[in-house]
Ligand binder design. Structure first.
Ligand SMILES: [Zn+2]
Length: 70
């Protein structure tokens, strides 16, 4: 029988695999990924925008005035 390849375990490169908070994809380690823990600058930006939108929304949310018992 030929082509009997030894069972090579899948290279476990992702030792410290983090999941991108935005899209859930595996993000590279901090060493080779400037946008850690995001998988890409795009996702980092998306998360930032979402955060900013939330902050703005909270800041700009009209406060419900208490009922005036007049
Ligand atoms: Zn992502």
């Amino acid at each position: 029988m030929q082509g009997r390849s030894p069972s090579v375990p899948a290279t476990n490169t992702a030792t410290s695999s983090e999941k991108c908070p935005t899209c859930g994809a595996a993000a590279r380690s901090r060493d080779e990924n400037k946008t850690f823990p995001f998988c890409s600058p795009k996702c980092k930006l998306a998360d930032l925008e979402r955060w900013l939108n939330g902050a703005y929304r909270v800041a700009g949310e009209p406060v419900t005035p208490p009922e005036d018992p007049t």
